[in-house]
Design a protein. Structure first.
Length: 213
């Protein structure tokens, strides 16, 4: 009986050690492609016909320069209050793209470059602001060190826009071509007039098997 027990223990230990060894080999020798950093304003090794990082960088830089050159937005005696978010920026294209990446980059670039010539209203943070105002006015916290206002900031202008596309594909070779057009417009929130418009367009052709997420 003792001999049998010892043999069973040795066999069990051998199985455990073999399992550990096989796991060690599997993980230590896993094959893969090393990570490579690619500049965001250039076409990377994986590219298709959709909207990619270099397109977002180029279009937001172009729109930012154009808006800063518009006297109705950047040369007023009183800096206008502006909302730049994705709530009225519509994607009607075949491209899968996070609209916030476009509007966030545009807003941040404008805020940094305008140097106070534009004031940006964080309407997408309205819930956060209202919760803090309620805490202050109920006496749960003090009034802070800045100021107390009767209401939060109203806006003069707000960004709207649309992403559109037109696709064509060659059946035999599976070559795909996509024309993309992205429009940006700044709307007067009292009159409803459009005080500035900008457009970015491009066309890409590829034997596209890229999946966008």
């Amino acid at each position: 009986m003792k001999t049998t027990t010892k043999l069973a223990a040795v066999a069990f230990a051998s199985v455990v050690m073999a399992g550990c060894a096989s796991n060690s080999v599997r993980y230590d020798n896993a094959a893969g492609q090393p990570t490579v950093y690619t500049p965001t304003n250039t076409t990377g090794p994986i590219a298709g016909v959709g909207i990619e990082s270099q397109d977002i960088v180029a279009m937001t830089d172009q729109m930012m320069r154009d808006m800063l050159a518009n006297p109705m937005l950047a040369s007023r005696s009183t800096a206008p209050r502006i909302i730049v978010d994705s709530s009225y920026f519509v994607n009607e294209s075949a491209s899968i793209v996070n609209k916030n990446m476009i509007t966030d980059r545009l807003r941040i670039g404008l805020n940094r470059a305008s140097n106070g010539r534009m004031v940006f209203v964080g309407r997408h943070y309205a819930d956060m602001v209202e919760k803090e105002r309620e805490l202050k006015r109920s006496g749960v916290v003090d009034g802070g060190t800045i100021r107390t206002t009767q209401a939060t900031a109203g806006a003069d202008f707000k960004l709207g826009g649309r992403i559109s596309s037109l696709d064509s594909m060659q059946a035999g070779s599976q070559m795909k071509s996509r024309y993309s057009m992205i429009t940006f417009e700044m709307v007067d929130l009292e009159l409803g007039t459009i005080v500035w418009s900008g457009m970015y367009e491009f066309k890409k052709t590829a034997q596209d098997n890229i999946m966008y997420r």
